[in-house]
Design a protein around this ligand. Structure first.
Ligand SMILES: [Zn+2]
Length: 329
């Protein structure tokens, strides 16, 4: 059974592995992105990592394909990076697909990392078997992926699924770095959630309860606090529930637009589980019409492997003659 080389390029690390058609990973390797060194340095590390995985596997099979998920907005046709945040400096404008295809001498498919994560969850993870799926990644920001009739919907310019910038308070809401007001990312993503808890208990109490400066407090700290109890635990539970509710308001809006069979929620914030998910479900129950109110909202199943599994699926669909989006290259 043919394996596919999958690569996941993030602002912190780069991962690569071979992925078979059952979604099983082998020969996994990873390295730091060291993004501050710039785009050419990142690209050199991606190529070196890819070659190392191929060497570990005993060389390149004749029918080897390469699938890539990367931070940034990716042109669905060309595989060029149309836009990337300063987390990947110089990445904007990079013809990533063409550069990798030239270096590796293999067919390469590229998409946004959250888009391939959604494809992974849809094919081998929590959304397996769903033809209509909304998949969210909630971490330091909020991204999304949409599957329509079994196909990854990337949008005209690769920017679909940007749930983080759906406004839940367009008049009096918090200002977002995108220029918008009331974007849900400013309420439900990790930094906002942690800041809300610090504001609720006060900065000095926050430092005392968790033994670290407020700026370093992460969602995982709050999840641990609400589990073990003690001072600040009730406020932590409330902050997690409230962040879930805020996300739920945005999800309820999207349920009316997309009517997916299921909503899969992954990423670092989602890994805390309850009461975050209870908050999402409560808001959807409260705000969505009966036609979409019962849509299951479930945790992602594949963790950080989802992007690699989805990237491999992307390449197979593009070049392998499998799946609904297969096409000639
Ligand atoms: Zn925004």
């Amino acid at each position: 059974m043919a394996a596919t080389l999958a690569i996941d390029i993030g602002g912190t690390k780069i991962a690569a592995a071979l992925v078979d058609e059952m979604g099983q990973l082998s020969h996994r390797r990873q390295c730091l992105t060291l993004a501050t060194e710039g785009a050419e340095a990142i690209l050199r590390r991606v190529i070196a990592l890819a070659r190392a995985v191929l060497a570990d596997a005993g060389g390149t099979a004749a029918d080897m394909l390469v699938g890539v998920g990367t931070g940034g907005q990716v042109d669905p046709e060309s595989g060029d990076i149309l836009f990337a945040t300063p987390l990947l400096p110089g990445w904007t404008g990079l013809p990533l697909r063409a550069r990798l295809a030239e270096a590796l001498r293999l067919p390469v498919a590229v998409a946004n990392d959250v888009h391939v994560m959604g494809l992974g969850e849809a094919t081998q993870g929590a959304g397996r078997g769903c033809r209509y799926l909304l998949c969210l990644a909630v971490g330091t920001g909020i991204g999304g992926a949409v599957l329509l009739d079994g196909e990854l919907y990337q949008g005209a310019a690769g920017a679909a699924g940007g749930l983080g910038h759906v406004s839940i308070d367009a008049i009096a809401g918090r200002r977002c770095n995108c220029g918008g007001v009331g974007c849900v990312e400013m309420y439900a993503a990790g930094p906002a959630l942690a800041a809300d808890w610090v504001a609720a208990v006060g900065a000095e109490a926050a430092r005392l309860y968790l033994g670290k400066p407020p700026a370093q407090i992460a969602v995982q700290d709050l999840a641990a606090l609400q589990t073990r109890g003690g001072p600040g635990a009730d406020a932590a539970r409330h902050a997690l529930d409230q962040a879930g509710r805020y996300l739920g308001y945005a999800v309820a809006s999207l349920l009316h637009v997309l009517n997916p069979e299921m909503v899969v929620v992954g990423g670092g914030v989602a890994q805390v589980g309850e009461p975050f998910f209870a908050g999402i479900r409560a808001a959807v129950q409260e705000r969505a019409l009966p036609s979409v109110r019962q849509t299951p909202i479930v945790p992602a199943a594949l963790g950080t492997d989802a992007a690699l599994i989805g990237a491999a699926e992307l390449a197979r669909r593009r070049y392998g003659g499998r799946g609904p989006t297969a096409r000639a290259s």
